[in-house]
Design a protein around this ligand. Structure first.
Ligand SMILES: C[S@@+](CC[C@H](N)C(=O)[O-])C[C@H]1O[C@@H](n2cnc3c(N)ncnc32)[C@H](O)[C@@H]1O
Length: 210
């Protein structure tokens, strides 16, 4: 049997992310995940949120491993993964029904700044639901400052691998989202100095930092 791609970080963070996502996705039906990676999050969240249809996606080079995990482990509410590179046209014609939520974990610090801009431009260009929610998980900075020494070390490590990677400022991400009509409604603290940023088109009124 082929060995599946595996992330220990996913195993560690999936339960706290699920606890935070569950109330936020209570009114959502169809979630597009961008940068699904190993598929561990897709399998786990879809199994625990059976009222949702979960649409995984990733770049071409991840699709083989991702598909293998989904074939082996996914519940029937997980759709076959789509090829989605934020720099290319998004495969929206392949979606069975409109997307009303987007989830993306540990992607914005891997993407270059150009890719992060394309991530938000793509949301504006392709996803038109007035109820759209965006949930972004990962490490973030405030006004250029790291929230922990471990995040500063992680940023150095990222940049050694790829100088275009790096932990992003929440203020920049919030501006990019606002340009697509998505307001930051919650900035939730998560274990290991991560955050879950909750943006919404419908409730863009105010920010809670928890
Ligand atoms: C560190 S992995 C995170 C995977 C998974 N979400 C997780 O939390 O374990 C970063 C992900 O970002 C995706 N990514 C990087 N650049 C991308 C791009 N241009 N378009 C779409 N996804 C991209 C990678 O393919 C990869 O799946």
């Amino acid at each position: 049997m082929t060995e599946l791609p595996f992330s220990q970080a996913c195993e560690n963070n999936k339960a706290p992310i699920l606890s935070a996502l569950t109330p936020l996705l209570a009114d959502s039906r169809h979630v597009l995940e961008i940068g699904s990676g190993t598929g561990q999050h897709a399998v786990y969240f879809a199994r625990h949120l059976p009222g949702l249809r979960w649409q995984p996606s990733d770049q071409l080079q991840y699709l083989q491993g991702l598909s293998a995990r989904l074939r082996r482990e996914a519940t029937s509410n997980v759709a076959p993964p789509l090829q989605l590179d934020v720099l290319a046209p998004w495969p929206v014609a392949a979606l069975a029904e409109p997307i009303d939520a987007i989830f993306s974990a540990n992607t914005l610090h891997i993407m270059s700044e150009t890719m992060v801009e394309a991530f938000f431009a793509g949301i504006g260009n392709y996803l038109h639901s007035a109820a759209l929610q965006l949930l972004v998980y990962g490490p973030f900075n405030y006004q250029g400052k790291f929230t922990s020494d471990s995040n500063a070390d992680f940023d150095l490590w990222l940049k050694r691998n790829n100088p275009e990677s790096g932990i992003r400022d929440i203020e920049w991400i919030t501006d990019l989202a606002a340009a697509q009509g998505l307001g930051l409604v919650q900035d939730l603290a998560m274990p290991a100095n991560n955050r879950l940023l909750h943006f919404s088109r419908a409730h863009a009124g105010g920010l809670q930092r928890l």
